[in-house]
Write a protein that binds this ligand. Sequence first.
Ligand code: NAP
Length: 281
Amino acid sequence: MARRMDGKVAVVTGGTSGIGARTAVVFVEHGANVVIAGRSVDKGEALADRLGENAIFVRTDVTVEADVKAMIDSAVGRFGRIDCLFNNAGSGGPGGRIEDVTLADFEAGFSVLVGGVFLGIKYAAPVMKKQRSGSIINDSSIAGSRVGFGGTTYSAAKAAVNQLTKCVAMELASFGIRVNSISPGAIATPIFASAFGMDAAAADASVDAVIKHFDKSLPLKRSGLTDDIAYGALYLASDEGSFVTGHDLVIDSGISVGRTRQEQAELFQGIADAIRDGTSA
Ligand code: NAP
């Protein structure tokens, strides 16, 4: 297997679960040294132990500026540089009608989903500027550009991530730093069960059920898997993506593209039925 990240150093926030944990594994398999960041100490340390000397865990809450600064400092202290920052940490945010969302919940959602991305970029940028190279990848969502794929706060925050990505891509391009986003859709991870209020153990145990559901319901007739995003991130982090910046890489089985032929046929059949019923009445 050709190793696509040999000698590179990556920081992965939200590296304790789902997409981030799998991306950390894939990056190490491809020769990178990885800093796994997140709040769950047991999970983070267990993954770092499994990956050996090429990985460390740094307990990080991405809403806390001092934590994010320490995460970046730890990466440079241990591995000497940062070639990739994957701002992946996130959670579902509040659901419900707009009038029922509290300001505190709205701000908490933005703090993780946008503030965490902002802080990561703020502290990684000076390191990458000195190197005159780097790849920043922000985990967005198809909810950032389409309505109906997440709560209002989550969707608005992911839209902000898309624009933040483009603004910073243009600001940092002349330093050789690339800034892109990935918009996943329907990737089987604990995030759905967590958003439904389940505790961490139940959310972790929910993934197989989510896969079975998505295997039937998505256009490509299989669930999104964490590998699907990890390999998208690998492309953007590696030199293969060296001419790509300001881009949003959508990885979603096509669900944000539009209706499948079958869904369109059912819609049109409904219209035809309504016309027939209306004209025959
Ligand atoms: P997940 O398995 O629930 O993982 C979420 C990760 O974010 C965990 O590692 C969690 O770690 C971390 N996190 C949450 N709040 C944090 C905070 N304040 N500080 C540091 N880390 C924090 O979910 P996932 O599906 O892999 O989600 C990863 C990213 O993909 C998110 O940004 C999500 O919005 C995005 N995404 C996912 C999908 C999908 O279909 N799964 C679709 C679109 C976008 P700790 O609990 O240890 O802190």
